[in-house]
Design a protein around this ligand. Structure first.
Ligand SMILES: *[C@@H]1O[C@H](CO)[C@@H](O)[C@H](O)[C@H]1NC(C)=O
Ligand SMILES: *[C@@H]1O[C@H](CO)[C@@H](O)[C@H](O)[C@H]1NC(C)=O
Ligand SMILES: *[C@@H]1O[C@H](CO)[C@@H](O)[C@H](O)[C@H]1NC(C)=O
Ligand SMILES: *[C@@H]1O[C@H](CO)[C@@H](O)[C@H](O)[C@H]1NC(C)=O
Ligand SMILES: *[C@@H]1O[C@H](CO)[C@@H](O)[C@H](O)[C@H]1NC(C)=O
Ligand SMILES: *[C@@H]1O[C@H](CO)[C@@H](O)[C@H](O)[C@H]1NC(C)=O
Ligand SMILES: *[C@@H]1O[C@H](CO)[C@@H](O)[C@H](O)[C@H]1NC(C)=O
Length: 452
């Protein structure tokens, strides 16, 4: 058993009206984590009905972090985390304000006894040189897995120092800055994320996630720097967030459902994007309600690979304002970003009659409601669906997309079936069905608290 002498600070909240801060400065000789129980005071019985909780505060500084931006503070973070993870109750792990902590790739695993808040008030920076990942998994920098009830906040910054990675992006697989894998009941809020090597925040196989009040910033020219990436995750709320990057502001892929996106400002970047994985894909019950997209390469899009399989359904995009957006409304079942040519786009099929791959992700029941603004491309609405698996149940209502620089806007439909209502400019181009299928994706109460 490790013997540790630690300075502990303890905050105590008795009730909302009486806020008492007990600042205990003690040296404790610990042999067992349970040893801490004796210093956590139980609430007085008279206060039982008020919400009472105590919080430990562990600063990485007390575990040897220098915070000068040069010293390797990884070990200090890991030690502070290890301690926090082993204690009962609510624990804050603090990166103090005004300091810069150099953290090398870390693998932070749960489960923990405690509910941890990682309070980043200062700045965490990555090593600049990708060589530091030599022998390590190149896809991970700050990697949290299997941690439940984690909150990340604090108003500070996480800087991926991605410039060196971007310069070599064709030659190496880049790392994602902040990855949460198999985490449940996760909150990430009030953080600035800068210049990630690749994706800024990635949620994979998580459940009940709230990401809010984030600012995600990277140059428009930085490759693959998605803002928020959601993969195989159920119950996600993303809100009140500004994203300006070189790739998708928000991307939602694989087995993801009950995703609620609201009050998002996006651009530059590639817009809000659903689907992309090359094999099996299922994205369902998604609502994007309230977004401002500015100077983006795409607006709201669903992209799937030919030859893929699965389903994208029950998806609503509404209350969206676009400004100078290329491809504002786009469904593309012919998505291709590989260096080899993929199968042709539908228009070319018309001319050449080239064989098409027939398997595709089924795209069904997608609504676009109250979307307006300006488009940088003439084709403001494009539904390029596959022959083998046409799009069904598309719905357009109150769309007004005017060209940025005069001229006219148009829509393109290929194997797209649906219905429309209200004012539409450009007009819908469906081979129409007359039954209206307006998606009522309702995730009104916080989806993050819904059970799955
Ligand atoms: C930084 O510290 C971590 C944790 O001790 C260690 O694994 C890593 O090798 C260190 N990196 C360098 C470049 O010193
Ligand atoms: C990138 O990762 C993929 C698998 O994820 C691997 O097949 C490929 O070899 C890697 N490329 C480089 C340059 O490391
Ligand atoms: C929308 O998000 C921004 C931060 O990006 C915030 O300042 C603003 O208050 C939010 N609006 C609403 C209505 O919550
Ligand atoms: C998709 O998610 C569901 C529900 O969480 C799960 O039962 C299923 O196994 C997942 N499918 C794949 C292919 O991961
Ligand atoms: C429109 O967006 C493009 C990027 O997609 C940008 O290069 C261009 O400067 C923008 N135009 C205006 C008028 O903002
Ligand atoms: C699409 O909507 C129709 C009508 O509400 C429904 O019958 C069908 O099951 C839905 N499809 C999917 C894949 O959700
Ligand atoms: C604009 O395009 C629509 C079809 O997309 C057409 O009906 C309309 O006449 C065009 N307007 C002008 C001014 O060219």
């Amino acid at each position: 058993m490790a013997r540790m002498r630690q300075k502990m600070k303890k905050l105590r909240y008795w009730s909302p009206s009486t806020f008492i801060v007990v600042f205990i400065h003690i040296n404790i000789l610990v042999t067992r984590a349970e040893g801490f129980d004796s210093v956590i005071q139980l609430p007085r019985s008279g206060l039982r009905r008020t919400r009472t909780r105590s919080k430990w505060v562990l600063s990485v500084g007390d575990y040897g972090a220098k915070g000068d931006g040069l010293h390797n503070d990884t070990e200090a973070f890991m030690e502070a985390w290890k301690m926090a993870c082993s204690l009962p109750g609510f624990i804050n792990v603090v990166f103090p304000y005004g300091k810069t902590f150099l953290v090398h790739p870390v693998d932070i695993g749960g489960p923990c006894r405690s509910k941890i808040t990682l309070r980043i008030s200062g700045t965490i920076v990555a090593p600049q040189d990708p060589v530091m990942w030599y022998g390590l998994n190149q896809r991970k920098w700050l990697y949290f897995h299997g941690v439940n009830h984690l909150t990340v906040d604090g108003g500070g910054r996480i800087n991926g120092m991605g410039q060196e990675w971007w310069a070599r992006s064709c030659k190496i697989n880049s790392t994602n800055a902040l990855t949460f894998h198999r985490c449940k009941d996760l909150k990430v809020r009030n953080i600035i994320l800068l210049n990630s090597q690749q994706m800024h925040v990635s949620f994979t196989n998580c459940m009940r996630v709230v990401a809010s009040h984030l600012k995600v910033l990277a140059p428009a020219s930085s490759p693959n720097t998605d803002g928020i990436h959601i993969s195989a995750t159920k119950g996600v709320e993303v809100r009140d967030t500004v994203i300006r990057t070189g790739d998708d502001c928000i991307s939602i892929v694989r087995n993801s459902s009950r995703v609620w996106v609201r009050n998002i400002s996006c651009g530059p970047g590639h817009g809000i994007s659903l689907g992309k994985s090359k094999t099996w894909e299922k994205v369902q019950n998604v609502i994007v309600d309230g977004a401002y997209l500015y100077n983006t390469d795409n607006g709201v899009r669903i992209k799937t690979w030919q030859g893929g399989s699965g389903l994208a359904s029950k998806i609503t995009f509404q209350n969206i304002l676009m400004e100078n957006v290329s491809n504002p409304i786009l469904i593309n079942q012919y998505y291709c970003d590989s260096r080899q040519p993929c199968q042709n786009e539908p228009r070319e099929h018309l001319a050449s009659g080239i064989d098409r791959q027939t398997s595709a992700v089924k795209v069904e029941n997608i609504s676009f409601i109250d979307i307006q603004g300006t488009t940088a491309t003439e084709e403001a609405i494009k539904f390029a669906c596959s022959d083998g698996s046409p799009c069904e149940g598309l719905y357009l209502e109150n769309i007004f997309l005017a060209p940025c620089f005069g001229g006219n806007t148009s829509s393109l439909c290929w194997q797209a079936h649906g219905s429309a209502r209200g004012f539409l400019h450009p007009p819908a181009c469906f081979s129409s069905t007359n039954d209206f299928i307006r998606q009522n994706v309702r995730l009104e109460s916080n989806p993050a608290i819904h059970s799955v």
